[in-house]
Design a protein around this ligand. Structure first.
Ligand code: PLP
Length: 380
């Protein structure tokens, strides 16, 4: 008999909703990816490097030009430089980076704390490594963290805590106070922190991104995870990176060399060159803020309830209890079938579901897509 490592896992909700969107010819505000073309100059740079025959295996840690460009960026933004030979690995996306970090540190039976709602790969990645996910709920309705609850969840078996800022699906962004509270919990323990920051450049309303890299007292225990896909509108490239201190990155690379080993070479060169122009990332908050505001304006007269404007990421959650008392999975299927708009039910981000009657809209879409979707949603 085949024994599954993930007996309770089926096709994830993102694939299901994207398939449903296709089937019903629905506008897809579900899965988190752009429906507009990515930057053409970045495409041209890929072609340039392919033609320069940068087409063989890159070094295991990634091409040095890209590692250096990232170091320049973290120094500029977070006042944190690192050793590009020993403290960074370019990865096939952020999800892989998280999986690899967990695999590097975990032993069977270890506990890892995750804050729910949570990006769904965390739970699976912990279970694939023979660990136990300890679930701590975020506050309702703003998805802020109740640090006392996190503290209460810590046991002698806690190996790591995974945090995510800006947050998917809740769009909450960490403040210095959050990092301070986490520091107090982990100091005098050997708990690692995996900080998922794939939306680092999507922090809205003039706020600044509070990367873990800004906090020297957490450096020794951190794996900071980033992705180019979300911020440069090319999720299909699956390219990201992990930054961690040398002793942790050493173990990380042992795992990495036997799973992916390396990532796509010409795209690494292209991004390295693209990052030379800091405006490419500095203009992202304004770009996404425009989209959030456009969508929320268009949704003003809808039956959906706005509890909190998205502070970061490109997701907006809204309540639908004024419209329907269906559970959220049924509601989103009904929405896709009857009103031709695909969304994601927030319960999908909980191990055991939830009944908060919230849906998540992705606003990384063309303006006309957002307006057309809102027009349909206003009719409900
Ligand atoms: C919080 C979070 N982390 C990581 C990822 C995955 O990033 P990547 O596509 O680079 O694996 C996502 C994608 O939805 C996400 O929402």
């Amino acid at each position: 008999m085949f024994i599954s490592k993930l007996p309770n896992t089926g096709t994830n909700i993102f694939s299901t909703m994207s398939a449903l969107a296709l089937q019903h010819n629905a506008i897809n505000l579900g899965q988190g990816f752009a429906d507009y073309p990515m930057n053409q100059s970045l495409c041209n740079l890929v072609q340039k490097h392919m033609l320069l025959d940068k087409n063989q295996y890159a070094p295991m840690a990634g091409v040095p030009e890209l590692r250096q460009a990232i170091c320049n960026k973290t120094t500029r933004l977070y006042n944190k430089s690192f050793d590009i030979d020993h403290e960074i690995t370019i990865t096939p996306g952020g999800t892989y980076a998280i999986y690899t970090a967990l695999t590097a540190i975990m032993q069977p039976g270890d506990e890892v704390i995750i804050l729910e709602p949570a990006y769904d790969s965390y739970l699976a990645n912990i279970e694939m490594n023979g660990g136990v996910a300890v679930l701590v709920p975020l506050n309702n309705p703003d998805f802020s963290v109740d640090w006392q609850k996190v503290k209460n969840a810590v046991t002698a078996k806690t190996k790591a805590i995974i945090v995510n800022t800006p947050h998917n699906p809740g769009s909450y962004i960490f403040s210095p106070h959050d990092w301070q509270s986490l520091t107090e919990i982990v100091s005098n323990t050997s708990i690692y922190i995996i900080s998922d920051e794939v939306y680092e450049h999507i922090v809205l309303d003039g706020a600044q991104h509070e990367s873990i890299l800004r906090y020297p007292s957490l450096w020794d225990r951190c794996f900071a995870v980033f992705s180019f896909g979300k911020v440069f509108h090319n999720t299909g490239w699956k390219l990201g990176y992990c930054i961690a201190p040398k002793q942790l990155m050493n173990e990380y690379k042992k795992i990495h060399q036997f799973i992916a080993f390396t990532c796509n070479t010409p795209m690494q060169y292209a991004i390295a060159e693209f990052l030379q122009n800091e405006n490419e990332y500095l203009q992202l908050p304004a770009f996404f803020q425009h989209k959030r505001d456009l969508f929320l304006n268009a949704m003003q007269d809808s039956g959906f309830t706005l509890y909190q404007k998205a502070a970061g990421s490109f997701f907006q959650t809204m309540g639908y209890q004024a419209i329907s008392d269906r559970k959220d999975t049924d509601f989103t299927i009904w929405l896709a079938q009857e009103f031709k708009v695909a969304t994601i039910p927030v319960s999908a981000f909980y191990k055991n579901g939830s009944n908060e009657k919230l849906v998540r809209f992705c606003f990384a879409k063309k303006d006309e897509t957002l307006l057309a979707a809102a027009e349909r949603l206003r009719k409900i």
